[in-house]
Design a protein around this ligand. Structure first.
Ligand code: SF4
Length: 430
């Protein structure tokens, strides 16, 4: 793990929505995130919490019908800021650039060279009809083009080893011919870097000749082809058995220590977070609901969802040797189904009347960066203020009635809801 220095990425108020036939899905809502240069930041949560959409939004890989609708993605890079300052002054603030204010062509040129991504499933990410070496060499070549293309602002910021003539020729030739000897050599070096034995021979093999662990290593090699500043690893060990998982995590750890790159690690596995990360954000229903250092979140957590995730880690020495699942499911993120309240309330064992207001983000005890979207960060739980057991059972039935009879108004359905107890806490204790 590394010493924290300065923010390399600041995400402010990011919202990503999908516009489907069923309606608007709020996959990520007003998300704030700070990732420091050289740190490993983890995002953890259940499937459907918005982790991968957050990662793809940062790397600019959201596809239709999805769209980033709001927010800033500020990337701190003095060279880039200098290069785009004249053409896109509104995007630049000091040595930080708001990537959302850059044109698509410039953003695309940053993919691979500044930001790179390791995907969940290596088998579906390689072309079965090309050797692994050819595909890696192509990735290297693409990065060289990205830094040489005349449309790219980046061309002005780097040594132009790859001339415009080379670029022009490369766009006219079929892929096998434009991959240079240098790129092939670099592909072998990358395979060696990620620990593939006999890399010269292995470079000539096809993806189906690789084991799952080797393919994941090859994918990491591909992500490193452009020597990115920020590596986004989306569930990089999910498809692997535990022994190989440990090897891949060791590899990422070594590469991070060697290159100093920043890693954003997306996972549902708190064990992976504890092992790899400096800080972590716990994600639920498209929001970061608790964030802080590993110690803050593991030892001094505030949010009941964090507590639920920690309680569902297998503990063979536990009293009954059983897992404690979080009851219920992640909520629908369809806009019309989302109430203006804490989205975890219907699964939360500590839900109170105050939780039915939209919960703001509170500072929590611990490090300066420890925060939780939960009223418990500011007040203690009181059973006298707990919602009646049947409260959410009733509201779910009301919601179902509303869908069945769209003409029914909110006023019509409100009386069916069990009355929450009066909140006698006197508001925030700030
Ligand atoms: S705000 Fe209330 S309902 Fe939401 S997690 Fe905190 S205690 Fe539970």
């Amino acid at each position: 793990m590394s010493n924290v220095t300065e923010p390399i990425l600041e995400v402010n108020g990011l919202s990503t929505r999908f516009f489907t036939e069923e309606g608007q899905i709020n996959a990520v809502s007003e998300l704030d995130l700070r990732i420091d240069r050289g740190e490993v930041f983890g995002i953890v949560g259940e499937s459907g919490s918005g982790k991968s959409v957050t990662a793809r939004s940062i790397v600019d890989l959201i596809e239709s019908p999805g769209r980033i609708t709001d927010g800033e993605i500020r990337y701190r890079n003095a060279d880039l800021a200098e290069a785009v300052r004249d053409d896109h002054p509104a995007a630049v603030d000091g040595d930080a650039v708001d990537l959302r204010q850059l044109p698509e062509s410039v953003r695309r040129s940053l993919r691979g060279t500044e930001f790179s991504m390791i995907f969940q499933d290596p088998e579906s990410s390689f072309n079965p009809s090309l050797t692994v070496g050819e595909q890696l060499a192509e990735a290297v070549e693409v990065q060289r083009r990205a830094t040489a293309t005349p449309r790219s602002t980046r061309a002005r910021t780097r040594g132009d080893e790859y001339s415009l003539t080379s670029y022009a020729l490369s766009t006219l030739l079929p892929s096998k011919q434009y991959v240079t000897e240098d790129s092939r050599d670099r592909a072998v070096e990358l395979l060696e870097l990620v620990g593939i034995p006999d890399p010269v021979e292995r470079a000539d093999e096809y993806p189906h000749e690789y084991s799952g662990g080797m393919l994941q290593r090859a994918m990491i090699a591909q992500a490193l082809a452009g020597e990115p500043d920020v590596l986004v690893a989306d569930e990089p060990t999910t498809a692997l058995d535990v022994t190989i998982q440990a090897q891949i995590l060791d590899l990422l750890d070594e590469l991070q220590a060697e290159t100093g790159m920043t890693i954003l690690l997306i996972t549902h596995n708190l064990g992976v977070v504890a092992r790899m990360c400096d800080r972590v954000g716990v994600m639920y229903a498209g929001e970061i609901v608790e964030r802080g250092t590993i110690e803050d979140v593991f030892d001094h957590h505030v949010h009941p969802y964090t507590e639920g995730l920690l309680g569902s880690i297998p503990d063979l020495e536990g009293a009954a040797g059983r897992l404690e699942p979080i009851p219920g499911n992640v909520p629908s993120l369809l806009d019309e189904a989302m109430d203006d309240r804490c989205y975890f309330a219907d699964r939360c064992p500590k839900a109170m009347a105050a939780c039915l207001e939209h919960p703001p983000e509170f500072d929590a005890a611990g490090s300066d960066d420890h925060a939780a979207r939960c009223v418990l960060a500011e007040r203690s739980y009181g059973e006298s203020r707990a919602l009646p057991d049947e409260y959410f059972g009733e509201t779910e039935r009301v919601a179902a009635d509303k869908h069945a009879d769209p003409d029914r108004t909110e006023t019509d359905v409100q009386p069916d809801r069990a009355e929450p107890p009066v909140d006698d806490a006197g508001g925030d204790r700030r």
